[in-house]
Design a protein around this ligand. Structure first.
Ligand SMILES: Nc1ncnc2c1ncn2[C@@H]1O[C@H](COP(=O)(O)OP(=O)(O)O)[C@@H](O)[C@H]1O
Ligand SMILES: O=P(O)(O)OC[C@H](O)CO
Length: 497
């Protein structure tokens, strides 16, 4: 019997493949960064062919690295950067435009129009989302409106739309399967999360033909098999979930009230709300966590657009660190930020502010401000943004969080995790496997093919690596946080015409 599950974790900055065994342990992992395309300020694109190429490259590579055969893999689970939009030609399989990335702000004017008409309230009710350039709907509209001939072709049924999960599955099956899962569909701004179907009224408003949309399936389900030409054998593709929902699953947050925060490119806090879609009054999103066991479960989400990406900015643009882990070393060289705050609103601000026109800012600079202070303030900004969403979440759910489960690349930073615990006044628990996104996708796939039998079996795999206790006094915590709120005010509405 096959002994492993392979996860594809197609993230914003890299494509990763990980092989897990039955105990949820990583056997091998392979990662490849790919090109970020910034055609104009605030615009972000990826090349879908590069995404497919890098993902299949690491998949083949990781099988070799693990020293196993494709036959040893019981199933593949897919998880992906969400919202990022690909439109391709059904006949040639070629994208008609680059993927418009979730961070891209180009459709802010379309969103403003929807708001001016008052259509945003309807969208909020039906999809659980706030109208924002973040989601796929306005990105699809933009492609149909701006790529020559696209609308005619879409109306003739010649174009397909998909998020990255759909794009990968379509390629893995050589164009035989055009699907997505409930969690990804709930991020398009086109899906009615209560009726569980594409919403005709929203599609009409955005002028998007329904025939280009994928079929929506559960998150744990055999969607199809990889074409034999890829791995030499047909492997079932049995799990599909947006990366943040997959991380919630991978953290075994199966019961209402359980929450996790993932520190990757962005930072996303999700709380399981069970079979109830809890509306938010504080700027959080109501979203589908997953569809499994014949039902759909929901989550409340606080989406922070820039977290680890700010550390990459220190490395790649400011060039004041050589690598991400070095940020911790520099942050610890100083006692505090010397009054400096960095608000990394590079692509606007997500929850709970939802300001598409906010832009990054550094405030509180004095003649004594050093690079260590800026590095530390950048790390601290991730923790402050998390506090913003945690407060909103506690208000919406009426639940006071006892501890926060963390994961994702930047959760490896001990300084950041301690400061996080300090600024929240809540303990932080980091599990042994911080690749919970990939782990969650594996669990979903494994459950569909009987590799694992129940969520209870999975829960037992969760083990803590490090526990962080708050160590800051309340007065200091509140003073620092007040400074952050003031800094955010300075960043808001900056790019508004
Ligand atoms: N030790 C660290 N300290 C701070 N940030 C880190 C550290 N290690 C990784 N990161 C950041 O985490 C991100 C990568 O995390 P990952 O979970 O792989 O993200 P994604 O899935 O969004 O590509 C990068 O933005 C990187 O800068
Ligand atoms: O690439 P990540 O892991 O930062 O995740 C991106 C999110 O899915 C965007 O909603």
């Amino acid at each position: 019997m096959a002994k492993y599950i392979m996860a594809f974790d197609q993230g914003t900055t890299s494509s990763r493949a990980i092989i897990f065994d039955r105990s949820g342990k990583i056997i091998a992992s392979l990662n490849q960064e790919f090109k970020q395309i910034y055609p104009k300020p605030g615009w972000v694109e990826h090349d879908p062919m590069e995404i497919w190429g890098s993902q299949i490259g690491v998949a083949k590579g990781v099988i070799e690295k693990a020293g196993i055969n494709p036959e040893d893999i019981a199933a593949i689970g897919i998880t992906n950067q969400r919202e990022t939009t690909v439109v391709w030609d059904k006949n040639t399989g070629k994208p008609i435009y680059n993927a418009i990335v979730w961070q891209c702000r180009r459709t802010a004017p379309i969103c403003d129009e929807l708001k001016n008409k008052g259509f945003d309230k309807k969208i909020r009710e039906k999809t659980g989302l706030v109208v924002d350039a973040y989601f796929s709907g306005t990105k699809v509209k933009w492609i149909l409106d701006n790529v020559e001939g696209a609308r005619e072709k879409a109306e003739k049924g010649e174009l397909l739309f998909g998020n990255i999960d759909t794009w990968l599955i379509w390629n893995l099956t050589r164009g035989n399967v055009h699907v997505t899962d409930y969690s990804n569909a709930s991020r398009t701004m086109l899906f009615n999360i209560h009726e569980l179907k594409w919403d005709k009224e929203i599609l009409a408003e955005l002028n998007i033909p329904e025939q280009m949309l994928p079929e929506v399936k559960p998150s744990s389900y055999v969607y199809g098999y990889t074409d034999k030409s890829i791995f030499g054998v047909e492997i079932p593709i049995a799990g599909d979930a947006g990366d943040q929902q997959a991380a919630l699953f991978g953290q075994a947050c199966f019961k209402p009230g359980m929450a996790k925060n993932t520190y990757g490119t962005g930072c996303f806090m999700l709380m399981n709300t069970g079979e109830k879609a809890v509306p938010s009054n504080t700027g959080l999103l109501t979203t589908i966590a997953w569809g499994i066991d014949g039902k759909v479960e929901y989550a409340l989400e606080g989406s922070i657009f820039i977290a680890g990406a700010a550390i990459q900015w220190l490395r790649d643009e400011l060039r004041i660190i050589d690598n991400s882990p070095q940020s911790e070393e520099y942050a610890l060289k100083v006692e505090d930020t010397n009054g400096v705050y960095v608000v990394p609103a590079f692509v606007g601000l997500g929850a709970p502010y939802w300001d598409m026109y906010a832009r990054g800012t550094i405030v509180g600079l004095t003649r004594g401000a050093k690079r260590e202070h800026i590095i530390r303030a950048t790390l601290e900004s991730i923790a402050y943004q998390t506090r913003d969403v945690l407060e909103a979440m506690q208000e919406d759910s009426g639940i006071k969080l006892q501890a926060l489960k963390v994961d994702g690349g930047a959760s490896a930073n001990n300084f950041l995790m301690q400061f996080q615990s300090d600024i929240l006044g809540v303990p932080v628990d980091r599990p042994q496997v911080i690749e919970t996104t990939a782990l969650g996708a594996s669990y979903l796939a494994g459950l569909a093919v009987g590799f694992w039998n129940s969520k209870e079996e999975i829960e037992k795999n969760w083990n803590v690596d490090k526990h962080f206790e708050p160590a800051m006094d309340n007065e200091k915590r509140e003073k620092l946080y007040k400074g952050w709120k003031k800094a955010v005010e300075r960043a808001m509405k900056w790019a508004e015409e």
